[in-house]
Design a protein around this ligand. Structure first.
Ligand code: COI
Length: 366
């Protein structure tokens, strides 16, 4: 594997107050970068002081949005050590996103070692206050200076990190969600299952409109019929309806979330089957009207679990679990986040300490 060269900053920053981190406001002292050149592949992996990027004004990413990213977290365990959660899943998903966006894929070992080596260097930035972590944001951009639209021959992989608290300022306090039936986030055959910036750009307008009306986010419906529930805000979504735990199945326009997948596996180990199926908005509203919509929550890396306290659709509002977090979502949060922060045993082998070299790509992850 290629060696990752390290140039340390001569001006380390003061660390922010752990009690007012917010989400994505502060950045660590360094960043990791490597470059791709067709015919050579990925080269020159290096950790350098955090700095602005220099880009040619014609760089493809600036014109055609050729970009993919990932989100994962490093957690401070009670014994002071730092661990990642299923990082190989992120490496693999990033390669899948790269394939969709015609960006270069990366050797899995190199992708994993980049994450591990970077977090090992930035360990002091992993906060320890309850609910906090170091959010890692690897991304790939097409850097080639051309306005012609064709296969990518130059790209950059950059990894930055931000010490964060809860994604929503009120943490586990349930949020109110507006069901969006105008804008759509993605369509099958489009880029919905890739983690690319464009999906998030396309969802901003509806999110802003919902916020203006007093909601935290929108519930997305499918792009063809505007009938089936897909995601909530920037997360996957789950419901408990008359005892059944349901999540939209991965139809091609939904992000294959790693927290989603982990919840399904964790619940299966507890004897709870999550139904991955199509769920229409009509079924959801009928369940709410019949008092059978017991719980609902968003699920993703940034927020982990974000309970939904109320849904609004076509002028009507439906409270869920009296606007309080339900016991099922609370237990799922406790179990999942307990493994992530090392507060609970990890029988799945999902956690990955950063102070050991990355094992080969096939060995460490299930
Ligand atoms: C994540 O949950 O990690 C995401 O990528 C969503 C982003 C809007 C913070």
């Amino acid at each position: 594997m290629q060696e990752i060269k390290i140039t340390r900053t001569t001006h380390p920053k003061a660390k922010p107050d752990q009690n007012s981190l917010g989400f994505g406001k502060y950045f660590t002292d360094h960043m990791l970068r490597m470059d791709y050149t067709a015919g050579i592949g990925w080269h020159d992996p290096r950790i350098v002081p955090f700095a602005n990027l220099e880009l040619h004004p014609a760089a493809v990413v600036l014109h055609y949005g050729t970009e993919i990213f990932e989100g994962l977290k490093a957690y401070r365990r009670p014994d002071g050590k730092v661990q990642l959660f299923r990082p190989m899943e992120n490496v693999r998903r990033m390669n899948n996103s790269a394939r969709r966006m015609a960006l270069p894929t990366m050797d899995e070992d190199l992708g994993l070692e980049a994450l591990r080596a970077f977090v090992e260097l930035e360990q002091d930035w992993v906060p320890s206050a309850p609910g906090t972590s170091l959010y890692l944001r690897p991304f790939v951009i097409a850097t080639e200076p051309t306005l012609a639209l064709h296969g990518i021959s130059e790209a950059a992989y950059i990894l930055i990190a931000s010490p964060v608290a809860s994604y929503f300022p009120d943490g586990l306090k349930p949020v109110d969600i507006l069901i969006e039936d105008e804008d759509v986030r993605a369509v099958r055959g489009g880029t919905g299952e890739a983690k690319c910036g464009g999906n998030y750009a396309a969802s901003t307008r509806a999110g802003d409109r919902a916020e203006d009306k007093g909601y935290s986010q929108v519930l997305w419906l499918d792009g063809v019929e505007r009938k089936y529930v897909e995601e909530v805000g920037s997360m996957n979504v789950m419901f408990k309806i008359a005892g059944e735990v349901v999540t939209p199945k991965l139809t091609g326009s939904i992000l294959p979330g790693i927290t989603r997948k982990s919840a399904i596996e964790l619940l299966a180990s507890q004897g709870v089957t999550v139904s991955e199926r199509l769920l229409s908005v009509d079924e959801l509203i009928a369940a709410a009207e019949a008092g059978q919509l017991e719980e609902a929550w968003g699920i993703g890396t940034a927020a982990i679990i974000s309970p939904i306290g109320g849904l609004a659709y076509r002028g009507k509002k439906y409270a869920i679990h009296g606007g309080e977090i339900g016991p099922f979502a609370q237990k799922l949060y406790d179990d999942l986040s307990g493994i992530q922060w090392g507060l609970k045993p990890d029988p799945f082998g999902w956690t990955f300490p950063v102070d050991q070299p990355a094992p080969d790509a096939t060995g460490s992850e299930k």
